[in-house]
Design a protein around this ligand. Sequence first.
Ligand SMILES: Nc1ncnc2c1ncn2[C@@H]1O[C@H](COP(=O)(O)OP(=O)(O)OP(=O)(O)O)[C@@H](O)[C@H]1O
Length: 853
Amino acid sequence: MADADGIWSQHGGMDGLPPSDPPEISFGAPEVFQVGTSDSPASELPDSALGYGVPYIPDDDDDSQEEEGPELSPDGILDEETVAQGLSNLGKAAGGTSQVFLHLTLPGYNLADISLLQDYVHLQRLEMPYNQITDLSALSCMTHLLYLDVSHNELRDLLNFDPPINLKEVDYSYNKLEAIQDLSEHTALTKLTLDNNNITEITGLSNCRQLRYLSIAHNNLQKISGLDHLKIKYLSLRGNNIKRIENLETLVYLQVLNLSGNAISSMAGLEGHNYLESVDLDDNEVSNIAEVQYLVDLRLLTDLNLMRNPIQGLPDYRLSILYKLQQLSTLDRKRAEVEEKVQAINMFNPPQEVIAAQDHIRNVVYSFLTASRVYDSTLPSIETPYPMLVLTGPQGSGKRDLALRLVQDFPDYFGYGISHTTRPPKTGEEDNKDYHFVSMERFENLIRQGKFIQTCQYAGHLYGLTMDAVEAVAKEGLACVVHMELEGVMTLKNTYFEPRYVLIIPATRQYLAERLSSREGIHQDEVTYNITRWNTYVDTNQTSPGFFDMAIDSDDLGQAYTNLRKLVMDYLGISDAASSETSTIDGDSRSQSAIEAKDGTMTGVTSTNSATRATKWSKPTGSISMDMEMGGGAARTYSGQHRKMEPKKTPVEEASYARRSAAAKAAIITGIVPNPYQQLMQRPPGTAPSNTLDQDGLGDHDQQRPATAPMDATTSFLSMQANTSQALQGSMDSSSDESEESASLSDLSSARQFSAAGSSDTSEQGEGGYAERVEGLDLAALENALSDQGSLTSPPAAPRPGSAGSGQMSLPGSRPGSAREPVTSRPGSNLKPVLPPIPSYRGEKQDKSLPDF
Ligand SMILES: Nc1ncnc2c1ncn2[C@@H]1O[C@H](COP(=O)(O)OP(=O)(O)OP(=O)(O)O)[C@@H](O)[C@H]1O
């Protein structure tokens, strides 16, 4: 079969057998030599014996060799029989005229002398791991050798034989190398494994231009060097004593880098390796999360291992890394899940929507933890109990001025919603008028007491709108006008409030910059910051059509107010000479055009909102019923105002109204509609003090108001369905922080209290109950009085959810656009308003502070 050169006669004969003592080779069975069969001796070796790192350790229990025959090469000198066992892969010789064995595998024979191999010139693959070889000069004849594995031997020199010109892969791991000899002549070398030697410096590789894989793991390297301009893709230097990642700048093709088990503390040096896919720094000394900066721009990096580094002990380590390196699919050998990345983003740079949702959740949860309270102004509708107009825009856009001006102009319609803030008052600002100026501690207390419906941080200060601030306006039958930043709007959009949002924004950044710069004491950084905010508003308007109900150009505040006023009047259905000419959206359209004209980037404002304007703001003029005119939503929003426009009620009527209100609340809350008699037998509710604002505008805590709902219905809701509507939030007012805080901690006890009260007969409710059994009213007298007043178009039968309203108030469940009795005139045209006077300070304040438009 094979001759001394490993040549297989083309005639299939046995001529040319090795000269000395040719063994009776049993591998002569024809099928053994079929090229490509898996029956070759090599295929019976474990994979580890074929190289790639994992050492082949002969199994002591494996005595198959002994069973198969006499010991091969017993004295460490390679003999023909051993060679014959290891030959495989019959193929054409390089000359193409003869068949030769291309592979020889001789693992674990304790070979020390392999000089016999000098005649096997055709071998292309030679594997001799786990021997005692010290000299490879016999391989000089193997000019066709492509693959050489001499791992686990006693070699001290690397490739110290005449180089086979095509040698591609070499494994010298687990030898005794102390240096890398010059491999300049091995120009075809693509893979070199030198693990577990005693190499102290990387040398001799500079001409290995084809080298793609280099592993010098577990040596004595102190630094990375000698690799310049190599086109290495895989580099492993693990288990050395390297302290810095250096001299890798020119390895631009690097894809996999294993530097585990070194003493590296910084990842500097990895930047710029744009092809890097995997970095293993396991068991190093990286301790600073900022080191990740060197990897941020490596867009192909999907696998990072920082296990056993001090950095792993940092709080939120994993999320920090995943936040900064969102391209990773594996971190520390653990798959980086999408959920983790989302969590990381929400933790370190939450989108506005997430901040708003978190703010909303916090406010709601804290409000649940306080004893519940029913607000009078929840009456009109459970869906939109508080009519509200929100002016939003970047700081300096003029929204506060416009809000104040609106309140001054429409005192019968609008009240100013006073926010809380932790920022100190500016010159001319007054506490409880411009803001409720509170300390950080107080603000946080209010948060914990569930007072806020919305909070946000802006320019280092906290701002927030309390339920009481809205309530203070709403209980006067007015719509609340507030101004706030975009973050506040985001939170409000999560609540059950359905305000109208008007974006007040200068058409150009320059205008905003000039306006802010002209303010006293403003820092340039603030101006710059607000310019970026301008972009945020514009982007929001462009990317979220309908997010704002309207946008008004505030380059010219006077014109802006004119437009806003027209808009509001049109919306409210109020006509006057000034408004008639711009009955719908024309005025605003002009301002939008101005925005477009001044800055091309603002086109989104116009296009986005034009549709919104048409659907939400345009109201037909004429004698259309209120419901129809307001398109449902408007009716809901301004139902409080609508209610206030009714004629003055008699005391009897007030009593009836209050009872029906209570019943309506109960019906909204519980879905149970008490029968008319039961309703009429309830005691009329006490009247809330007209102004219950305390220092913080949170109501007069000393004056507890009885709830207006009958206890038997309301309390069951409070204990059971507190989460159905934040409209029913809040505590029975407490008189101090302490009592408010203790109330917030006593949700369970208060729930029990409500529950207990609710389960008992109302007549037995004493202290702590919110309704007492009182003498009933004269039903007949009441009905007469009501019909005389004509304030009700139908008898005060039991208010049923969804039933048609009277026009005086919305019955629970009656939805906008449902079959209500139409009101045939505009509010205010034939009715006598009974609005409380606008607090004097507003007028004074505005007179003083409003700019001369
Ligand atoms: N409750 C709130 N939620 C969110 N933002 C608020 C709230 N109250 C006020 N803001 C906004 O915070 C920003 C800073 O308010 P501040 O009163 O400190 O500045 P300003 O210069 O008076 O603002 P502007 O000139 O726009 O009225 C303003 O844009 C304001 O509208």
